[in-house]
Design a protein around this ligand. Structure first.
Ligand code: ACO
Length: 421
């Protein structure tokens, strides 16, 4: 069977045959038939917007790999900083490469004092930490002269190091401001996740629990990249205009903020709290089926089988609960999962738990307020966004993003003076 597709324009009888590679064919085929012909593809359901070598995802079989490495192996054996290197460079680092990378990131964790004193301190006392985070990431770029030198490899490298190093600092600062606690400076003797936990929680004698440190690192690994999701697409679209990476990352973080994307884990905890008891699960599921709301943390545009990240997180949740005590919402979540996975509504639509279904329970058990959940997602995702941003900049096939539209508004009509309307 030939790996080609033949398209005929019935208006003209013109035919074009083009190769299919890895299930993809170039839209240039359509342009050959008629340069004014476009696909109508709302929400890019059938459009591959780029070639990418970073993350492989097979939604039917629940497979996720970063640069070829299965997510299960990375979550078990690797660290977030190593994964961040992998995402950017394409291969795992040698010990020497890793030491340089770790050292650079560790020594860029501090932020300019004015970021805190003049910028973060200016927010309203009850500002949402994610809103603060989005603006702080954009503002960070204004502190660096070379932020806009995106064609210079050294400047790009500096942006990688600064953004990966400083996002935990910004995140912790936003949290401490929101609860009125003094800011904790980074401690460069700690690991990446331990330093973050220390900046978040240190009041008096505080020692990071190694189980929680590892759980945080695993959550960072699982959230580091997920190919062309809404946030990463925002990063690429804004980056394609050659905006600096800080502004592009702020746009990506804004996309992540929404409840259908990174905001879902916050919505899951609110949903479980509203359900209140396992006795109410059956009725809640019925209400979802009646169209009265969604089962948050279920369903995915690409995964039509169990989200592999959800399986890892579910296991990690039990390790965390050993230290923190069980989250009382866990039983409701387990019952909800069991009920939905047996129900034809969810089975027929291939709706399974996604990464957000259990992550919120871990975050809550670790004491993070729900408003911080999306920020926790954004911290590691910065490495994925940056890897995609650089891949885009170095991709000779890419140009400024500029989709077309199907105009369905009125035809030409004459202006009528205000007094005559
Ligand atoms: N609860 C109930 N029904 C659902 C759900 C859900 N969580 N998700 C999808 N459906 C239903 C839809 O109503 C639709 O039903 P229909 O065919 O009768 O109209 C069908 O399943 C297909 O759903 P779509 O909306 O077409 O799926 P899409 O790919 O556009 O949406 C999304 C994916 C946004 C993730 C959706 O499943 C959803 O809203 N889930 C809840 C929010 C969530 O958990 N988001 C986190 C995603 S993971 C992440 O971003 C990190």
């Amino acid at each position: 069977m030939p790996d080609t597709i033949t398209i005929t324009d019935d208006r003209t009888g013109k035919t074009v045959t083009v190769p299919i590679t890895d299930g993809v064919f170039s839209s240039a085929a359509i342009r050959e038939l008629d340069p004014n012909l476009y696909f109508y593809d709302p929400a890019y359901l059938s459009t591959a917007s780029c070639r990418s070598e970073i993350t492989y995802l097979d939604g039917d079989n629940g497979v996720l790999r970063y640069r070829g490495y299965p997510i299960e192996q990375l979550a078990e054996k690797s660290t977030y900083l190593e994964v961040a290197y992998l995402l950017r460079h394409g291969d795992l680092p040698t010990p020497a490469q890793f030491e340089t990378w770790r050292n650079e990131i560790t020594h860029h964790t501090f932020i300019h004092e004015n970021m805190r004193k003049r910028f973060v301190d200016g927010f309203h006392y009850d500002a949402h930490p994610m809103g603060m985070f989005v603006s702080s990431v954009a503002a960070l770029g204004t502190f660096y002269d070379d932020a806009k030198n995106i064609k210079d490899p050294q400047s790009r490298h500096n942006s990688f190091i600064r953004l990966i190093a400083k996002t935990p600092t910004l995140a912790a600062m936003c949290y401490r401001f929101s609860v009125g606690l003094p800011f904790n400076y980074p401690d460069n003797d700690l690991s990446y996740p331990a330093n973050f936990l220390n900046m978040m929680w240190k009041v008096g004698d505080y020692e990071v629990d190694p189980v929680l440190e590892r759980a945080m690192d695993i959550l960072f690994i699982l959230h580091a990249d997920h190919e062309q999701n809404c946030g990463t697409t925002a990063m690429r679209v804004v980056g394609s205009s050659e905006a600096d990476p800080y502004s592009s990352a702020a746009a990506a973080a804004s996309a992540l903020y929404g409840p259908l994307h990174g905001g879902a884990n916050e919505a899951v905890v609110r949903m479980l709290t509203d359900i209140g008891s396992i006795d109410n699960v059956a009725e809640f599921v019925e209400s979802v089926k009646r169209g009265e709301g969604k089962l948050m943390g279920f369903g995915h545009r690409v995964y039509k089988n169990y989200d592999p990240r959800a399986a890892i997180i579910k296991k990690s949740a039990y390790d965390v609960f050993e230290v923190t005590g069980k989250n009382p919402l866990l039983d409701i979540a387990l019952k909800l999962e069991e009920t939905a996975l047996k129900d034809p509504y969810f089975v027929d639509r291939r709706l399974y738990p996604n990464v957000d279904f259990y992550s919120g329970l871990i975050y809550q058990a670790m004491n993070f307020p729900v408003e911080m959940f999306t920020v926790l997602f954004a911290i590691p995702r910065i490495s994925g966004w940056l890897a995609h941003w650089e891949e885009l900049l170095l991709d000779k096939e890419q140009k400024i993003s500029r989709p077309r539209q199907w105009y369905t508004g009125p035809g030409e009509r004459d202006y009528v003076d205000l007094s005559a309307r």
